[in-house]
Design a protein around this ligand. Structure first.
Ligand code: ADP
Length: 189
């Protein structure tokens, strides 16, 4: 099974995915490639494969990516084909953490083999507060992300499931429930 988890920046996909990976040992995170710089504490090959813009372009040219997107000006993000092979060879389920457009592209590619989940923030104002609270980007970058979020929220209906991330514990429990349905269904056959 393939799980595609998307939200606008600050919507909570990283937080919810970290929780899901703890809940379900057979879920495995697909590590994306990016040309953005690592944040403090982020590790190459764990959070992302951090590459230069030139290296990213080489991956595109060599057809190494399932999909890619220039999510923010100069910051490319893409899904390496090799990640799916690596994870499925272990018999694990794939988790993609992707931006909203990337999630729609992946769902089109994988169709019924994938479940796409949109993490919905309670409001744009709350999204801004969380990004400011996370403090991983300067304010002008945060404003650009918030400005982009309004359009991104309108794509939610293209996802299989929409999960509102208001109360975090509730959102985690609901995320567990969604994943459990699919993993159980598969083992029951
Ligand atoms: P994303 O990965 O989608 O960019 P994060 O998971 O980093 O988003 O969440 C953005 C910020 O909001 C983080 O600082 C996170 O701790 C916080 N956060 C996430 N979900 C909630 C929630 N339900 N209530 C309050 N804060 C939250």
């Amino acid at each position: 099974m393939i799980f595609i988890i998307s939200s606008p920046s600050g919507g909570g996909k990283g937080t919810i995915i970290a929780h899901l990976l703890q809940s379900f040992p057979t879920l495995e995170f697909s590590v994306s490639a990016t040309s953005r710089k690592p944040r403090e504490g982020e590790q190459d090959g764990v959070n992302y494969y951090f590459v230069s813009p030139e290296e990213f372009k080489r991956k595109i040219a060599n057809d190494e990516l399932i999909e890619y997107e220039e999510v923010y000006a100069g910051s490319y993000y893409g899904t390496p084909k090799s990640e799916i092979d690596r994870i499925q060879r272990k018999g694990h389920h794939v988790v993609f953490e992707v931006d909203v457009k990337g999630g729609i592209k992946l769902k089109k590619i994988f169709g019924e083999k994938a479940l796409s989940i949109f993490i919905m923030p309670p409001s744009i104002e709350e999204l801004r507060r969380r990004l400011i609270g996370r403090a991983t980007e300067p304010l002008d970058v945060i404003e650009k992300r918030v400005a982009k979020a309004a359009l991104e929220l309108s794509y939610a209906e293209q996802y299989d499931r929409v999960l509102v991330n208001d109360d975090l514990n509730l959102a985690k429990a609901q995320a567990d429930e969604i994943i459990r349905q699919y993993i159980d269904r598969e083992t029951i056959g």
